[in-house]
Design a protein around this ligand. Structure first.
Ligand code: ZN
Length: 499
């Protein structure tokens, strides 16, 4: 096992500290997943990318990783992000919207967006968690948890809900620094505020609602669980009472994670998570992403509609470390496309070198140079996931390979190939782990079809049927690829569509 420390900023202690699994060498990690009422945007995916990089670094250090990321398919209210227990269920509201018309019911809508989410996840080459638990599949555990909180005096029942009693947990606010209980007012208009609440900041564990489209029977009548209790229950069900690391977007610090801590620690009497990490929002063209101003991007907008290389999008989202605001622009994506193509060129050169006969020359100096850059890339990631330095170190490695270009020996080809594999394990920007899997990945099927056309074109050219060769080239271009003739033969390249 590597002796390196994996340093990460911890939101709770407000300092960068080593990530230390309770069981040495085994990271138990929970990352809050999406509420599946619409397509997740690239800002959401920046958060999931942070989680993905943590898993990759942990594995590079020789750790085992147990990673769980949930899917919220009930109970997340429209006002949950600012206060609690008010507003409409996001799922239910989505069904009543224009986009919701195509779904027969809320369950179908949840399934559709959950699957779309996973498809986008795979496009960005994110590692799959060990489990994607859904809130609706953990109703029994949530009811049991609420019962226990009532029994121990941490929760109380009103005619319309069960609330967590804030006054029973004096540490409430320790994560967000939101310690002034009197300021935790339900500052929301146009909603019904429950007069039976003991304190305005008390948050709902269960809401009674016989009209809700998704409802379960509980000791407190038909209704549905609060958003926060879902995550407490799912994290502890799979990872134990104390987890090593809990992640999410910066918007989840308060009230979601603060409330998860209160419930979980009152249930078990132990620390809920030993380390907390939150990813900053991203901006698009210097402004907050908003559907209204039209700078709102989903993965499918950029990849499926605009033809961006999904690995370039992944690269672009990594150009600024997770703790800083990333200003995403089309230029960021174009630059990332160039960088990803550079890696593809390195792979091609390594393959070509491997086809040569062994030269008998030593590749030690070349290997040492690349090895140092691999170590520096990993060092940068272990330094609070400094992705901008990590990408710069990787880029230096491509310079080393391209410097020798077609003169690479067979032995150097081997070294380059291994280095590229290891960099890909760490950064995930060269090859997608899903490209060959039977995931219905549009990209790989199209690419093999285009490759077949490229071979046919090559054959036509050798038979001097230039008319056919030209038609085949146009066909390849229509599929979103281009053929580049190089001294070593034709090369297929995906057109980025971003010009
Ligand atoms: Zn959560």
């Amino acid at each position: 096992m590597s002796q390196r420390e994996f340093l990460l900023y911890d939101t709770m202690t407000r300092q960068v500290k080593p990530l230390q699994p309770l069981e040495p060498g085994h990271l138990k990690f929970y990352s809050c997943g999406p509420t599946v009422y619409s397509y997740a945007h690239i800002g959401n995916f920046r958060t999931f990318l942070t989680a993905d990089l943590i898993c990759r670094v942990a594995r590079a250090l020789g750790w085992r990783v147990t990673y769980v990321s949930n899917i919220t398919d009930v109970g997340h209210l429209t006002e949950d992000d600012v206060a609690d227990a008010t507003g409409e269920d996001k799922m239910q509201r989505a069904l009543q919207s224009k986009e919701g018309e195509q779904f027969a019911n809320v369950w179908e809508l949840a399934d559709y967006y959950a699957e779309a989410f996973k498809a986008d996840w795979r496009k960005l080459n994110l590692n799959e968690p060990m489990l994607w638990p859904k809130a609706t599949q953990h109703m029994r555990e949530q009811i049991v948890a609420v019962e226990k909180l009532i029994e121990t005096g941490h929760a109380y029942v009103t005619p319309s809900a069960v609330y967590f009693r804030l006054s029973s947990f004096p540490e409430y606010g320790k994560l967000s620094g939101n310690l002034n209980k009197d300021s935790l007012q339900v500052g929301v208009r146009d909603v019904v505020v429950d007069d039976s609440k003991e304190h305005p900041g008390d948050f709902a564990l269960w809401k009674r609602d016989e009209k809700h489209l998704m409802q379960w029977f509980s000791p407190w009548g038909w209704g549905f669980p609060g958003w926060h209790i879902e995550c407490s229950v799912m994290a502890m069900a799979y990872l134990g009472e104390t987890i090593d690391l809990h992640a999410g977007g910066e918007d989840l610090v308060f009230p979601h994670h603060e409330s998860e801590i209160a419930q979980s620690e009152c249930l078990t009497g132990h620390t809920f998570a030993n380390h907390w990490i939150h990813t900053r929002f991203l901006q698009v063209d210097g402004e907050k992403m908003s559907k209204r101003t039209g700078n709102w991007y989903t993965v499918r907008d950029l990849v499926d509609q605009q033809g961006a290389n999904p690995l370039a999008l992944r690269y672009a989202l990594m150009t600024v470390p997770y703790g800083k605001t990333l200003n995403f622009t089309m230029q960021t994506l174009r630059d990332a496309t160039t960088a990803v193509e550079r890696y593809a060129e390195c792979e091609r050169l390594a393959e070509l070198a491997l086809k040569k006969s062994p030269s008998g020359q030593s590749a030690t100096a070349f290997a040492e140079e690349l090895e140092r850059l691999y170590e520096e890339t990993l060092d940068a990631l272990c330094n609070d996931l400094n992705t901008s330095v990590a990408l710069a170190k990787g880029f230096e490695g491509t310079k080393v390979i391209l410097r020798d270009a077609t003169h690479l020996t067979h032995e150097q080809g081997q070294v380059a190939r291994q280095w590229l594999d290891r960099i890909n394990d760490l950064l995930g920007i060269l090859r997608s782990q899903y490209a060959d899997a039977a995931t219905g990945d549009r990209g790989s099927a199209e690419e093999s079809a285009a490759l077949a056309l490229m071979d046919a074109r090559q054959k036509a050219k050798s038979e001097k049927d230039f008319g056919l060769a030209d038609r085949l080239r146009s066909e390849i271009e229509a599929m979103g690829f281009e053929v580049r003739d190089t001294p070593e033969g034709p090369v297929l390249r995906r057109l980025s569509g971003l010009n």
